[in-house]
Design a protein around this ligand. Sequence first.
Ligand code: MTE
Ligand code: MO
Length: 432
Amino acid sequence: MDSEPSSRRELLKGGALAVGAAAAGASVSKTALAQTPAAAPALPSYAVNEAPEIPVSPDVIAYGVRSHYVKSLRIQEDGRAPGTTARYNDFGLTLHIQTPLQDSIGTIQASSLHYCATTKGAFVPDIDPAQHTLLIDGLVDRPRIFTMADLRRFPSVTRFHFIECIANSASVTHVNVQQSHGTCSNAEWTGVLLSTLLKECGLQDKATWFVAEGAEEVKGASTMPINKAMNDVIVAYGMNGEPLRPQNGFPVRLVVPGFEGIFNTKWLRHIKAVDQYQLNMNDFGHIRRDETSAALGYTWGPKSIITFPSGRQKLPERGWYEITGLAWSGNGAVRKVEVSTDGGQTWNDAELKGIPLPKAHTRFGLMWNWDGDEHVIMSRTTDEIGVVQPTREQVAKVLGLPYSPQFRPPGTNNTIMPWKIARDGSVTNGIA
Ligand SMILES: Nc1nc2c(c(=O)[nH]1)N[C@H]1C(S)=C(S)[C@@H](COP(=O)(O)O)O[C@H]1N2
Ligand SMILES: [Mo]
């Protein structure tokens, strides 16, 4: 009986000593260390406010709020503060709300911080799920209307996927990650595979495309290849453990893994199987009448971004830091992430945190001892089908476009993003 606790004590002692030795970078014998134990620092004291000084409202008990010390917030596109007027463009009201990826921890965005985008005059509709239905018709043997309760009776899937708007990384002058990459988020989605519902309705062989439209006035409709529907599209009602938020499509939306954000139809009302490409308002700039070119062209290539240290952050002193960020690809799972701390001359393999999931964010990290000099840091990822995240220079070359240091690829931009660390530790956009 006695031996177990004492040997455990030995083990703990040994463990602590081993850590001490590693930290000191010294190879000292256990006995030598044991004779000179470091004095434990005194725990600093501070005043802890306890109830009833901090009132706990019924809302806090019923739903919960984060600590008031945590300030991370979404912003409107281009850095506008929350609550300011949305941008009007030729199509009507276009609103992008960006997630603070620079503050993100782990791989998912809390639903309250997930980015939001509406297009072409869309406003967030207030939908009663008890009234809402989804119609599937067109080239099917048994057209059918599903209530939300009907959808819950089918076998569900729960999967992590990113959604990324084509407008993400639309400029090269952004000052921080929220502006450069905040129109992309990763969440856990729960729902029924669209293939399950299409089979239930007796999808006909001649169907080659499908159209999905939303419940709001402008419908947010898109046309997609039927092969995508039969592969991995989710008719999702759940997000991060609860029903979707209204801004993200409550009560039901499409999640079209890996495709540009616009295809992830929110407030989903109608799916129609068709045998040719249908032109919708959403398809401006996206027209692809050929199914293969559509499937390839709508898919996000491999992409990654360093979230720390990144624009507007500051390293307080030289020494060890974990360079960390997120990587993803519309082609499948992330296979590899490399980090450069010398402007892309040499690359080091980063550690992938957890098992990379298909078409989902993967967090990476690389320990780095900052020497106090100026550095340009950047990450690049390779996905499971072997595609490597390109530089802007490579994209310009492939597209035959003139390259300048400020070159911004047309369409989806998945190019490598550099951050510049100055001698005072401040971090800025490394492109300009
Ligand atoms: N019905 C409908 N679906 C829509 C939109 C819309 O305006 N209406 N916006 C699309 C766009 S442009 C994007 S990028 C994604 C954003 O999804 P999120 O707001 O959940 O991040 O939803 C898409 N689905
Ligand atoms: Mo979008």
